[in-house]
Write a protein that binds this ligand. Structure first.
Ligand code: GUN
Length: 288
């Protein structure tokens, strides 16, 4: 079998198009412009690239984009004061604090100081609890993007065996909650899982989110399974050049899977598209 490639880039463009249409209507009918504030502390190069991309795409769909770039040695008090100001600003409907934060800042404290209704990352403890109990919440962008691709490809996911490799708060755990919400039988695998190969071989859906380059080989994949690769790892090739790869070995997995997301061009573009969708949702909820 050769897998169908799930084109996240094209799907994300479709989602952004729908968001842009909705934003136009909000402006015309309600004089409302959704606003997203992104806070970046320090100069982590990867975070700078993500933040630039988020700002550009926010503007492209017609929303207001505000960037706050703070020095790496910004105090917790100053960061919390900025968040408090953004929480109270009616022109800002979504706030994203880019992670990771410098070591001297308490990430949990900072995230939980956000107004949960503006927490477009879905990381606030209230949103985590709402998602876990199946209530209306802000859903973390990367897992939401994965779920949208899975639903688009399969229609119903009910009764499918799903394995999520990785137990992070940002991807693994919320991904498992979303799959459970869609009536999958869900296993969360991680670094201590015994016989990971055996666990993965039983799965109809494999979501790989461990951050280890090409760790899932093709012979772990059940014939016809759907593989969603969340990994974005930069590796050096034999010729000294670098290359982006996922957490699964694409070549061998694509030979056995029924469908697979590429890296780049799979999950990555969907993450920002979902951030824009979440900002739109936050703006609509804030305005009745
Ligand atoms: N750093 C890596 N991924 C993310 C994300 O989804 N949200 C935020 N805020 N920071 C990140």
């Amino acid at each position: 079998m050769t897998a169908q490639v799930i084109d996240g880039k094209a799907f994300a463009a479709e989602v952004r198009g729908k968001v842009a249409e909705h934003v136009t209507r909000l402006k015309e009918k309600h004089d409302l412009v959704p606003g997203l504030a992104v806070v970046l502390v320090g100069e982590d190069p990867a975070s700078q690239v993500y933040v630039r991309s988020k700002g550009k795409q926010t503007t492209e769909v017609g929303m207001k984009s505000v960037e706050h770039k703070l020095d790496a040695d910004t105090s917790e008090a100053d960061l919390l004061a900025l968040i408090d100001k953004l929480n109270k600003d009616d022109s800002i409907h979504g706030i994203l604090v880019q992670l990771p934060l410098p070591k001297h800042l308490n990430e949990d404290l900072v995230i939980n100081s956000l107004d949960p209704a503006k927490d477009v990352d879905g990381f606030h403890i209230s949103n985590v609890g709402l998602l876990g109990t199946g209530q209306k919440s802000m859903v973390p962008c990367t897992p939401l993007g994965c779920l949208m691709m899975l639903r688009h490809h399969h229609g119903s996911l009910s009764g499918m065996d799903a394995v999520v490799i990785g137990r992070s708060n940002i991807v693994g755990k919320p991904m498992a909650q979303l799959l459970l919400g869609d009536s999958c039988t869900v296993t969360i695998a991680h670094s201590r899982t015994k016989d990971l190969a055996d666990v993965v071989r039983r799965a109809d859906i494999v979501v790989a989110a461990v951050g280890r380059p090409e760790m899932v080989p093709g012979d772990w994949i059940k014939e016809g399974a759907t593989v969603i690769d969340v990994g974005i790892n930069r590796i050096e090739k034999d010729d000294g050049k670098t290359k982006l790869v996922g957490d699964v070995d694409y070549e061998s997995c694509a030979k056995r899977a029924g469908a697979i997301t590429p890296v780049p061009g799979g999950v990555g573009p969907m993450t920002i598209a979902c951030l824009l969708a979440n900002t739109l949702t936050a703006a609509c909820r804030a305005n009745g």
